[in-house]
Design a protein around this ligand. Structure first.
Ligand SMILES: Cc1cc2nc3c(=O)[nH]c(=O)nc-3n(C[C@H](O)[C@H](O)[C@H](O)COP(=O)(O)OP(=O)(O)OC[C@H]3O[C@@H](n4cnc5c(N)ncnc54)[C@H](O)[C@@H]3O)c2cc1C
Ligand code: SF4
Length: 557
């Protein structure tokens, strides 16, 4: 453990101005002290002096967090920890690790600047073990934390406090517009959960896009005006996204990640994500000015070489809590009220943030911990290995996975209707699919990733999240993108060597789950189409699907 003043001397005025906490330490000492705590307020610590130990997790970088209510810098300490094992457990991509570490270090530096007393740890232990050790050493009167974003992490914090015999208080996360209790109340009133009802309630409760008690524009939903595909000529000029040159602190993180996590997927060469609240606000402003007006219209469209399109790229800033959803919603609504953006685009966007984002969180906390083990379709195939490289001749998957690994980003339809759809039709074990999504995206935090993956995209929850599986042939991808041009496969073929694997596997999916879905109100029609197939055709589809599972690589890309 370093005396705090040593560290402060090393860092001096650099803190908060873009220099890294660790850089000021000599390399030998840095290595030796990886598992030690950094006290960065310049005071020698005294265990007896600590009243509250305030735990701030990597996805809780919220300046207005309830964790800081009533904080007294004279006797309270903020506790942050980079636990290397967390990145190993989920096999995080380099880009995801870098965004978390850089944002955490910037946040710690900003807290210090505001006069906070921060203990910043780096450890190879688990988060829980590190905290337990710290509690035993320091014996604070109480630990305070805000609801974590992951069930396992919450359990580990609680266990650490209990085994150290320290009282703890868990505060509600007011970043969200619907508390866990409010969602539970909403759920209690319904036989079946559906986004649409929840979303309308949220619009009314928070008076968002409401005019004289009625939905703005006279309707709740503008989906029919949204979700077009691009013309043959493509999207035309797409506004360049706002990306940030790494400052010194981020650059040091990038260097560390390259060294310490060299074997992890993806790259940090393209890193440009917002890592501070100020940068997050800039991304929001940029989105409102340049992308929001076309957001809904092209929401579901995909195009080779265009990963960003008119999406907001805000999920990472929101999920790290650098940005509040209320701010984002207010800015979008103001753009409609001022005539800058049409109602269809603004409603389509607000539906995602006020609707889907809050809804999936509610489902996560209602369903955990059992949710993680659900596997309604009894899918058990391993994830094809090329999900980690993008080396597949299926052009849609190659594009989506290459974007993902290069940027830590792919937009919703690439996630749902390309990578997710293939895993669903192929029959991949939902836990393996979940692990992949949690690893590769910069915005991946379990409360939002798991219901989207396991529920929406894999139907492993049997219909809690989505009213039916998102199952489609390659013709859907052909309609919504230009991926199929120049692909060796043909989306209209279901058998034979040229058959699009999505199309083959779609029919195989219906055959495999015929019984289950033949009476399903929203799937029965799709299943009925099986009647058009002769026994021989069924046999050929199943044989080809078997081959695809035998040779997941399908030859060289
Ligand atoms: C299989 C799968 C896994 C996903 N994993 C994640 C994840 O780990 N983290 C994550 O934030 N989102 C996840 N999503 C939802 C969605 O794909 C991303 O939020 C979105 O692509 C992020 O890009 P963006 O910020 O440009 O979003 P935009 O398209 O600009 O949408 C605006 C915002 O709305 C919110 N949003 C949109 N769709 C959803 C949704 N389905 N659920 C919750 N919030 C939504 C996000 O905060 C997003 O930033 C996943 C979706 C699927 C199908
Ligand atoms: S033909 Fe099939 S595999 Fe090829 S890009 Fe189209 S949908 Fe994807």
């Amino acid at each position: 453990m370093w005396p705090g003043h040593d560290l402060e001397k090393g860092l001096g005025g650099k803190l908060g101005t873009g220099s890294l906490l660790l850089r000021a330490l000599s390399p030998g000492r840095r290595d030796a002290e990886r598992a030690a705590a950094m006290s960065v307020d310049g005071t020698v610590r005294s265990a007896a002096a600590v009243r509250h130990l305030i735990v701030v997790l990597g996805d809780q970088l919220d300046r207005e967090s309830a964790a800081f209510d009533g904080i007294d810098p004279g006797c309270d300490r903020i506790w942050m920890c980079e636990a290397k094992g967390e990145a190993e457990d989920t096999w995080s991509s380099k880009q995801r690790i870098a965004v978390f570490l850089s944002a955490m270090r910037h946040f710690a530096a900003a807290l210090l600047k505001r006069g906070g007393r921060v203990d910043y740890h780096q450890t190879v232990e688990s988060l829980g073990d590190r905290l337990r050790g710290e509690l035993q050493r320091r014996s604070p009167e109480q630990v305070i934390f805000v609801e974590p974003g992951e069930w396992r992490v919450r359990e580990s914090l609680v266990a650490a406090c209990q085994s150290a015999g320290v009282a703890f208080v868990e505060r509600s996360d007011r970043h969200f517009l619907c508390s866990r209790e409010e969602f539970a109340q909403h759920a209690r009133r319904r036989k079946q959960l559906r986004l649409e009802y929840f979303y309308r309630e949220m619009r009314v409760r928070h008076r968002v896009l409401m005019v004289d008690g009625e939905p703005a524009g006279g309707q709740w939903n503008f989906d029919h005006d949204n979700r077009e595909s691009f013309p043959k000529s493509g999207p035309g000029p797409v506004p360049a996204p706002l990306r940030f040159e790494p400052d010194d602190l981020t650059q040091t993180v990038i260097d560390e990640v390259r060294e310490a996590f060299a074997h992890h997927p993806g790259t940090v060469d393209t890193f440009g994500w917002p890592v501070t609240a100020e940068q997050a606000y800039q991304v929001l402003d940029h989105f409102i000015a340049h992308r929001l007006p076309s957001f809904g219209r092209w929401q579901d469209a995909m195009w080779v070489g265009e990963p960003w399109l008119w999406h907001s790229h805000l999920a990472v800033a929101l999920n790290l809590k650098l940005l509040a959803p209320a701010t984002v919603i207010e800015a979008a609504e103001a753009a409609w009220r001022s005539g800058h953006a049409p109602i269809a685009a603004v409603e389509g966007f607000i539906r995602q943030v006020l609707g889907w984002r809050e809804y999936v969180r509610g489902i996560y906390w209602m369903q955990m911990p059992g949710y993680l083990d659900l596997n309604a379709l009894q899918a058990s195939q391993p994830l094809p290995p090329w999900y980690w490289t993008g080396e597949t001749p299926m052009r849609c998957l190659r594009e989506a996975i290459t974007d993902t690994l290069a940027l830590g980003y792919a937009h919703h339809i690439q996630r749902l209707m390309v990578t997710g759809l293939y895993a669903l039709l192929y029959g991949v074990d939902p836990k393996a699919v979940h692990r992949w999504y949690l690893s590769v995206y910069v915005d991946a935090v379990e409360w939002v990733e798991l219901p989207n993956t396991l529920g929406m995209s894999q139907f492993a929850d049997g219909g809690v999240m989505a009213s039916k599986p998102y199952a489609a042939t390659g013709k859907y991808i052909e309609r919504m993108s230009n991926y199929c041009e120049g692909c060796r496969f043909r989306p209209d073929r279901r058998t034979g060597p040229e058959a699009c694997p999505f199309t083959t596997l779609y029919w195989d999916f219906l055959i495999r789950h015929e019984q289950r879905f033949s009476t399903h109100p929203r799937m029965a029609l799709q299943v009925k189409n099986l009647a058009r197939l002769s026994d021989a055709e069924r046999g050929s589809i199943q044989a080809r699907a078997g081959e695809l599972r035998q040779t997941p690589g399908l030859g060289d890309a």
